[in-house]
Write a protein that binds this ligand. Structure first.
Ligand code: ADP
Ligand code: MG
Length: 831
C-alpha cells in the first residue's frame, strides 16, 4: 500500500512495524483495544480464536485492553514474539495520539511468573558456526544463568539442544542455509552481532572486563559469537535490562554423560508420554524449592563422567542418611525459602513488587538457620563448600522487615507497601490524608445539626469526589452557601467550598504519598540489588543443597543403596528395581532382578521372553540405575557397582515420528545407525526389539548382525531384549554373549509371568499364549498353533544346526549343534 493513501494512524503503525523483526506480532493500542492488522491479524485470530474483521481492505482483529494479559500469554505460549505499542499521551480531539513500543515479549525472555513453570528453566539460546565448529550459548533471563560451549559435530550439538530445549533460538541471518534443518524454528538475527570481534566487544563491555579469559573463554570462537549475539538481542531488540547477568560459565560437553534426544525421550527422564507423569524426574523429585526443582532436572539431563565429583555428592547423601534429624531439619529450613533466583532476576529487570521483596525477606531470614543446620555436615567437603556459599544478609533482612507491611499489594504505584514509621515524609502525607478523612467523617453530624435535615448524607464517588446529598423532601431547608452540583432521582447533590478544599488536600496528599512510595520502592530495590551477586550465589548453593537433600529423602523413602563407582567396565546390580514402576505398582510387588556386565565375557546379554514378560522394564531399569548413579544419587537395589558410562544409547520400542515424515522403520534404523557409529567400550547400549518394523526375516537378520557388530566392534556393554528367541544362538558363536530370559511358567496351557531374569534363552515365544490372554477367539488360537508347528519343523538345517548362525563361508563346513551351559562356552575355533 502506498504511504500517501494511508491514514495518519496507519502511517504511524507502519513506522513502528518497520522497526520489528518480520515474524513479530504487533499489538497496537487503539482506545480500549489492542488491534492487530494484516498478516498478524490472520495469524493471531487463529491462535486466539477471535473474529477476524476488515477495515476497508485491511484485515484486523483485536483484544480488549483490560484482558490483554491472558491473550498475550496465549500468543507467547504458541511460540510467538509479541510487541506491545501503547498510547503514551492522553487522546486530544483532532490530533493523533503519540504511541511507542513499550514491551517486546518472546518465548525465551518471559519474566511473568504466571507464564513460567517454576520447576523448569526457560532458555533463550543462540547458535553460531565458524569454520565448521559450532558455538552454542544460552541464558535464562529469569534466573541469570548464562552458559556457553563449543561442539565439533552436529550430532553432539543436536543432543545438547535436546537437553537444553530452548524456548527460543537465535541464528545469524548470514547463514546461507538453516544450521539445523529447514524446520528448526530459529530466528535469524543481525549477522553482525555474531561476528567474533563484535560479540567479544559486547560481552567485555557488559561484564566490564579486559578479556574474557577469566571466564574460561580462551580459545573459544563461535561460542563467544553466540553469547555476544544473545546479549545484543536482549539489550537492543528486546530492550531488556541485563544487569543480573553477572556470570558467564563455559562448559565442556564431554564432562557429561551424553544422553541423546532419543534416549532422553525413550527413558522418560524428565517427561513421560502418558497422561500420568511416569518420568524419572517425577519419581525422584523431593525438592522443596523451585531452584532445587530446576537443578535436579538439569542434573538428570547432565549426568557426570568422573568419579570424584560424584563421590562428593554421595558423601553428602550418606551423611544425611546417617543423621535423619539433620535431613529433616534441612528440609524444613529449605521449605521456607522462595524462588530467590527469579525474584532477584525480576527486581533487577526493573520489575517486581512488594510481594517479591517480602518473599525475599522471608527467604533470607531462613539463611542463618540453614547455615547452622549445615554445620552439622561440616566434615563433608561439598557440604562445607555449600555452607560457605550461602550468604547471610542481616542488615538487608532488618531493613526489609522495617520497610514492608505484612501483606504488600501487587501494584507498586498505588501505595500501601511501606509501614508507618519507615519514612517521615510518608508518615506526614499519610497523616494529612487521615486527618482530612476524619474531618469529613465528622462533617455529616455537624451539617445535620446545622441544617436540621436528619437524612443528610456526605458521600464520595470517584467521578464527583465528595458531596452532600439531600433528599427531595428536604430541598427547602438547604442553606444558602451550598452549591448545587447534580440532580438525581431521589434528590440533589451539593458541595461547599470548604468541603472541596479538604477534598483537594486529601487527594493531593494521597497522590503524593503514592508517588513517594513508588520512589521508595525503587530505592529499596536498589538496596537489594547491591547484594545481587551474593544473592545469586546463595540461590545456587541453596539449589544444590535442595537437590542433595532430595536425593537423600528419596533414598530413605524407597530404601536405595549407595552404588560403588569406579573407572572399570563392570556393571553389577543385585536386586535392582525400576525406580518409577517400583513406586507405582501398588498391590503387585515389583520383582527385583540382577545384572552382571563386565565388558569381557559378559558384554552382551540377549534377553528373551514372551511379550509382557518384563524385558523392556528390565533393560530400562538398568539404564536408569546407571544414570541415577551418575548424578550422585543412591539407586534402587540391594547393592550396585557401576563402572562409569560415557554414553547411554537406547533404541526402544516402535517409535512413530510421523511429524518428521519418517516411517517407523526408518526412525528405528536411524537410531540404530547412530548407536553403531558412536558407541564406545565405555557406553551402555539398551536395545529393545530391533528390527520389529519390518518383515520377520529382515528384522531378525538385522537384529542378528547389529548384535554381532556391537560385540565385535565397539564392545559396548549391551542389553538386547528381543522376542526373536532365535537370537539366543548368538551365544554359540560369540564369547561375550550371554543368554537370559524372563521366567514364565506354563500351567494348563496358560502363561504365568514370574518377572524373574534367569540364565539361558527362552525356548519359545509364547506369542500364542499371550494372544489368548488378550482374548483372541479360541479357533484363531488353535489354528495359530497348527501353523507354528509347521514353521518350527524347518528351523534347523539338515545337520540340526541353526540356519541363522551361518555365514556364506561357514555354510560349507558342517558342524554339530551344541547348547551352551552357563560356564562352558564353545571355543571360537570350532566355527
Ligand atoms: P516386555 O517388554 O517383555 O513385553 P514389559 O517390560 O513391557 O514386558 O512389562 C510388561 C509389564 O509387566 C509392565 O508394564 C509391568 O507392569 C510388569 N512388570 C515388568 N517387570 C516387572 C517386575 N520386575 N516386577 C513386577 N512387574 C513387572
Ligand atoms: Mg517390550
Amino acid at each position: 500500500m502506498a504511504t500517501e493513501t494511508l491514514t495518519p494512524m496507519m502511517q504511524q503503525y507502519q513506522g513502528v512495524r518497520r522497526t520489528l523483526p518480520p515474524d513479530t506480532l504487533l499489538l497496537f493500542r487503539l482506545g480500549d483495544f489492542y488491534e492487530m492488522f494484516f498478516e498478524d491479524a490472520k495469524e493471531a485470530a487463529g491462535i486466539l480464536n477471535v473474529a477476524l474483521t476488515r477495515r476497508g481492505a485491511v484485515p484486523m482483529c483485536g483484544v480488549p485492553y483490560h484482558a490483554a494479559e491472558g491473550y498475550i500469554a496465549r500468543l507467547v505460549k504458541a511460540g510467538k514474539r509479541v510487541a506491545i505499542c501503547d498510547q503514551v499521551e492522553e487522546a486530544r480531539p483532532g490530533k493523533i495520539v503519540r504511541r511507542e513500543l513499550t514491551q517486546v515479549i518472546s518465548p525465551g525472555t518471559i519474566s511473568d511468573l504466571n507464564l513460567l513453570d517454576s520447576k523448569k528453566n526457560n532458555f533463550l539460546a543462540a547458535l553460531c558456526r565458524q569454520k565448521g565448529r559450532f558455538g552454542f550459548a544460552y541464558v535464562d533471563t529469569s534466573t541469570g544463568e548464562f552458559r556457553l560451549a563449543e561442539f565439533e559435530g552436529r550430532g553432539a550439538l543436536e543432543d545438547e539442544l535436546a537437553r537444553v530445549c530452548p524456548a527460543e533460538l537465535l541464528v545469524s541471518d548470514q547463514e546461507a542455509e538453516p544450521l539445523l534443518g529447514p524446520e528448526d524454528g530459529a530466528l535469524p538475527c543481525d549477522g553482525y552481532t555474531f561476528l567474533p570481534d563484535q560479540a567479544e566487544y559486547t560481552l567485555k563491555e557488559h561484564f566490564k572486563v579486559q578479556s574474557l579469559d577469566g571466564f574460561g573463554c580462551a580459545g573459544f570462537g563461535p561460542a563467544v559469537g553466540a553469547a555476544g549475539a544473545i546479549l545484543h538481542y536482549l539489550k537492543h531488540q528486546m530492550r531488556r535490562s541485563v544487569e543480573h547477568l553477572t556470570r558467564l560459565s563455559v562448559y565442556h560437553h564431554h564432562t557429561y554423560m551424553t544422553v541423546d534426544a532419543a534416549s532422553q525421550a525413550n527413558l522418560e527422564l524428565v517427561a513421560s508420554r502418558g497422561a500420568r507423569d511416569m518420568s524419572l524426574l517425577n519419581a525422584l523429585d523431593k525438592t522443596v524449592t523451585p531452584m532445587g526443582g530446576r537443578l535436579l532436572r538439569q542434573w538428570l539431563l547432565h549426568p557426570l563422567r568422573e568419579v570424584a565429583p560424584l563421590v562428593e555428592r554421595q558423601e553428602v547423601v550418606a551423611t544425611l542418611l546417617e543423621d535423619i534429624s539433620l535431613l529433616d531439619g534441612l528440609r524444613e529450613a529449605l521449605r521456607q525459602i522462595r524462588d530467590v533466583e527469579r525474584t532477584v532476576g525480576r527486581l533487577s529487570q526493573a520489575g517486581g513488587n512488594g510481594r517479591d521483596v517480602l518473599a525475599l525477606r522471608n527467604s533470607i531470614e531462613q539463611l542463618p538457620a540453614l547455615r547452622a543446620q549445615l554445620a552439622g555436615a561440616g566434615h563433608v567437603a561439598l557440604a562445607a563448600r555449600l555452607r560457605e556459599e550461602v550468604g547471610e544478609f542481616p542488615e538487608l533482612a532488618q531493613e526489609l522487615a522495617r520497610a514492608l507491611v505484612d501483606e504488600p499489594p501487587l501494584a507498586i504505584k498505588e501505595g500501601g507497601i511501606f509501614r508507618d514509621g519507615y519514612n517521615a515524609d510518608l508518615d506526614a502525607l499519610r497523616n494529612a490524608c487521615h486527618e482530612g478523612k476524619e474531618w469529613i467523617a465528622q462533617l455529616q453530624a455537624r451539617e445535620i445539626e446545622a441544617t436540621g435535615i436528619k437524612s443528610l448524607k456526605v458521600r464520595f464517588t470517584s467521578v464527583f469526589g465528595y458531596f452532600i446529598e439531600i433528599t427531595k423532601a428536604n430541598l427547602a431547608s438547604v442553606p444558602e452557601h451550598y452549591i448545587r452540583k447534580q440532580t438525581t432521582v431521589n434528590g440533589e447533590r451539593f458541595i461547599t467550598p470548604e468541603l472541596k478544599e479538604m477534598e483537594g488536600k486529601i487527594l493531593g496528599a494521597n497522590e503524593r504519598s503514592q508517588a513517594l512510595e513508588y520512589e521508595l520502592f525503587g530505592i529499596l530495590r536498589e538496596r537489594v540489588l547491591d547484594h545481587l551477586a551474593t544473592l545469586q550465589q546463595t540461590a545456587a548453593a541453596v539449589a544444590a543443597l535442595d537437590v542433595l537433600v532430595s536425593l537423600a529423602e528419596t533414598a530413605r523413602l524407597y530404601g536405595y543403596c549407595r552404588p560403588q563407582l569406579n573407572e572399570g567396565l563392570r556393571l553389577s546390580i543385585r536386586d535392582g528395581r525400576h525406580p518409577v514402576l517400583d513406586q507405582n505398582l501398588g498391590e503387585e510387588k515389583f520383582v527385583p532382578n540382577d545384572v552382571e556386565l563386565d565388558g569381557g565375557s559378559h558384554r552382551l546379554h540377549i534377553i528373551t521372553g514372551p511379550n509382557m514378560a518384563g524385558k523392556s522394564t528390565f533393560i530400562r531399569q538398568v539404564a536408569l540405575i546407571v544414570l541415577m548413579a551418575q548424578i550422585g544419587s543412591y539407586v534402587p537395589a540391594a547393592s550396585a557397582e557401576v563402572g562409569l558410562v560415557d554414553r547411554i544409547f537406547t533404541r526402544v520400542g516402535a517409535n512413530d515420528d510421523l511429524s518428521r515424515g519418517q516411517s517407523t522403520f526408518m526412525v528405528e534404523m536411524n537410531e540404530t545407525a547412530n548407536i553403531l557409529n558412536n558407541a564406545t567400550e565405555r557406553s551402555l547400549v539398551i536395545l529393545d526389539e530391533i528390527g520389529r518394523g519390518t518383515s520377520t526375516f529382515d528384522g531378525l537378520s538385522i537384529a542378528w548382525s547389529v548384535a554381532e557388530f556391537l560385540h565385535d566392534g565397539p564392545k559396548a556393554r549391551t542389553l538386547f531384549a528381543t522376542h526373536y528367541h532365535e537370537l539366543t544362538e548368538l551365544a554359540m558363536t560369540r564369547p561375550g554373549v550371554c543368554n537370559f530370559n524372563v521366567a514364565v511358567r506354563e500351567w494348563n496351557d496358560q502363561i504365568i509371568f514370574l518377572r524373574k531374569i534367569v540364565e539361558g534363552g527362552a525356548d519359545k515365544s509364547y506369542g500364542i499364549q499371550v494372544a489368548r490372554l488378550a482374548g483372541l477367539p479360541a479357533s484363531v488360537i488353535a489354528r495359530a498353533k497348527e501353523i507354528l508347528s509347521n514353521l518350527e519343523q524347518s528351523e534347523l538345517n539338515a545337520e540340526g544346526r541353526p540356519q541363522l548362525a551361518e555365514t556364506a563361508a561357514s555354510a560349507a563346513t558342517p558342524r554339530r549343534r551344541e547348547k551352551k551351559g552357563p560356564d562352558e562356552r564353545p571355543q571360537l575355533s570350532l566355527f
